[in-house]
Design a protein around this ligand. Sequence first.
Ligand SMILES: N[C@@H](CCC(=O)N[C@@H](CS)C(=O)NCC(=O)O)C(=O)O
Length: 241
Amino acid sequence: MVHLVLYGTETSPPVRAVLLTLRALELEHEFRRLDMQAGEHLEPELLRKNPQHTVPMLEDGEACIWDSHAIIGYLVNKYAQDDALYPKEPLQRAVVDQRLHFETGVLFHGCFKPLQRALFKENDAPEVPKDRIADLHEAYAHLERFLGENPYLAGGQLTIADFSVVATVSTLHLSYCPVEGAKYPKLSAWLARLSTLPHYDEDNLRGARLLAERVRAKLPKQFDKLWQKAFEDIKSGAGKH
Ligand SMILES: N[C@@H](CCC(=O)N[C@@H](CS)C(=O)NCC(=O)O)C(=O)O
């Protein structure tokens, strides 16, 4: 019998990418919530399982897998009834993989993590660093071009690339820089499209909002009307222009 255990916290975008994938595959799992601020992910037992001490981490029987991209690819390869979410055809797979690597390198490590570090680790009276927001706009512009005329990031079909990228983009949208429909109509419409997935609020939006609350508490001045609007309802803020 399948017994999947996911370790993490809902505020983490890559954890939510896994939750969206588990939902799409209708896989039952146990969620072990870790208090990252209290350092629960650094407990010796978890370090033994994942020396990199990142979440998400998935246990499948004896196996421990970490890095959200490795996890979501594994889940589709092992448990999906077909390959729609992660196509086996080499060129289609390369497109999905490119988007996944873009999430890792550009969105998460290039944009999200430096913003989080600036706000929560380095600065007592923080502001959103302007050059970081410029990087974010560049990333949004790339995504706008990746989408082209397609409804999903890797073409006509929903794939794990959409789950990975939406978890991070929705977080950046709510916390740091709204995806404005006038500027990024395709990305904005895509965000709205993804937000209609069944259980999207539970699997992704709730955690993104929780993190946005923390950012908001740190940035009372910068959290202006525009951000407030995006925060209040991701759905009404996206794809309506
Ligand atoms: N590329 C990784 C990023 C994982 C990551 O850095 N997760 C953060 C939480 S959002 C974390 O575990 N930080 C704690 C640590 O690195 O010790 C993935 O997609 O899983």
